[in-house]
Design a protein around this ligand. Sequence first.
Ligand code: ADP
Length: 286
Amino acid sequence: MLQVKNLSKTYPNGVQALKDVSLNIGNGMFGLLGPNGAGKSTLMRTIATLQDADSGSITFDGIDVMKQKHELRKVLGYLPQEFGVYPKVTAEEMLHYIARLKGIDNARERKELVNALLKQVNLINHKNKFLGGYSGGMKQRFGIAQALIGNPKLIIVDEPTAGLDPAERLRFNNLLSEIGENIVVILSTHIVDDVSELCNDMAIIASGQVVQCGNPEALVADMRDRIWSKRIKKDEVAAYQQQYNVILSKLSAGDVVIHVLSDQDPGSGFAAERVSLEDIYFSNIA
Ligand code: ADP
């Protein structure tokens, strides 16, 4: 269990990136969902011991994360948002190198591990290619392989699918979903579908604050019968926003479909809408 308690962080330029953030995260895949600038990376980097908070505490399995950084790093696998690779090194060489850094000294054991990881992330046929020639999706899968070295109990992946095309994203999410239910995996993302596809627990973070948390399906069920939709013309949007609690609007074949949050049927041609996690997200960050 990872426990984050009352975590706050203000950067020297005055930006308050985290405001009294508290979260309890158990085994399985946890989604941290929020728009750009919400504070996700700040929180992920703090949990990964790469930067300090101003106040608050983090504990993981008896480890005081902010004080026992070395202990936490031993059980951590981390895929940062900006994952740079050495371009003129092959995947196999790099995994060997990282495995040695993580203390896997026995050459045979290391070879078996590296091979198993390359198979797991489906890069075995590309193991002798330079990392510089990898596609975005291949780099991210390589990133997962390096994060898995050393049997981590806590895995943090920060915005992993942001630059991937749909097929690469699907392949990457399939890989994540197989990582295992007996460890804590935190997926930070601004992509709502990543969370609905993968996570059994989640939090929404906006402007440095946790604004919603729980099981995605339960959150959706709680919102039942309160979302209404209507197709309107683009130039009508402003007027509808004045009159109704419009939580999201999306383009659809040249028109705009708006979703309105309301306990009662707003009438005027609105139809009851099947609630999705997107509605939960936009009603919380608006
Ligand atoms: P997210 O990962 O959700 O996009 P971040 O944690 O990167 O959010 O950023 C949260 C806020 O803190 C943003 O306003 C961002 O501009 C600011 N910020 C992030 N890192 C720094 C930094 N090193 N110095 C100053 N401000 C920062």
